[in-house]
Design a protein around this ligand. Sequence first.
Ligand SMILES: Nc1ncnc2c1ncn2[C@@H]1O[C@H](COP(=O)(O)OP(=O)(O)OP(=O)(O)O)[C@@H](O)[C@H]1O
Ligand SMILES: [Mg+2]
Length: 376
Amino acid sequence: MPDGVVPPQRAYLQIDRVAKRFGRATVLDALSLDVAEGEFISLLGPSGCGKTTLLRILAGLLTADAGRVTLAGRELGRLPPHKRNVGVVFQNYALFPHLTVAENIGFGLRARRVPKAEASQRVARGLEMIRLAHLADRPVTQLSGGQQQRVAMARALAVNPALILLDEPLSALDRKLRETMQVELRTLLRTLRMTAIFVTHDQEEALALSDRIAVMNAGRIEQLDGPRAIYDRPASPFVLDFVGLSTMLHGVVERVDGAMLEVVTALGPVRVRGQFVRGARVVVAVRPEKVAIGAGAGAAQSGAGAGAAAGGNTATIRVADRTFLGRSCLVHGVAGEGDRVVIETSNDAGERVVPGSDLLVSWRAEDTLLFPQVAG
Ligand SMILES: Nc1ncnc2c1ncn2[C@@H]1O[C@H](COP(=O)(O)OP(=O)(O)OP(=O)(O)O)[C@@H](O)[C@H]1O
Ligand SMILES: [Mg+2]
């Protein structure tokens, strides 16, 4: 390379336009994703969107039709799985039932012909890491689900992988254990500075664990962003709908006032900042916790001198139902086809809401999200 020429910054893991078809179905559609070393990325998306297929390609269990994958500067190409230095944890753990805990953890080391002394050291370290040293000689079939999950993690990590792939590793666990294991998993991978790709279709899990989330839809990444940005600034109605709840209203831009639009919806006019021409068909949305009962949130923004027109949105909704969540209460409104109205409120305020009655609600214009209506 000539003097003074800086080589382009290469991501630690580069997935470059990877495509896969099964018969006539495109399962991965020229999907690209760059992952930094030590990063924890979640693939989040509905069933069948291609998450497992992508992991299988990265692990070398499946060949892509097109595209390139490089890991730590090495092109994975057609390298067989055991030469990729990639650890995998599957949903069902795929432990070897006839082997003990220690034998399971050491399995990949034997396959890679790691010398015996070093292998037993690494197994001991793995057992320590998952706090199961006292069960080293137990058949894995005699472990609880959470313990089996830990063994699968230790087995995948024992070979010092450059990358670990986790395909819904917690989905078989009950909620309480799952939450404990989430924290444990995250702490463990952080400590090891392990680069991880974690598949889930649980949005809360993805929001809680990830450095960045890739929201997938039909073989493509629809948005790649930090958890906060995914939730606060979803890039499309699909992401909005898939991650978290929201009131979602179809409408038409009726007035353009500088950067402020007025959209006519089934709930009346909604003010939102954006750039659409008059007559454009759009979707406006607001997260449940941004909506207040009463006119407060809408009016609070007007301020002295700003005038009511600069303020927020108010609407009267017909209450359909309410659901008690524990920490708070959701109020569901009657909505037209394709629309949805949902408001989060305190338990006490929720108690006072009567299904079938009308309720005045408000939210700030700046908390209103705006998307083009997708044709079809
Ligand atoms: N070997 C195969 N032959 C044919 N079709 C397949 C094969 N493997 C996967 N598919 C199809 O590819 C699509 C994507 O499957 P994939 O397992 O990647 O989805 P996923 O996102 O992991 O879904 P889930 O959340 O249900 O696990 C599905 O429509 C699936 O039926
Ligand atoms: Mg899957």
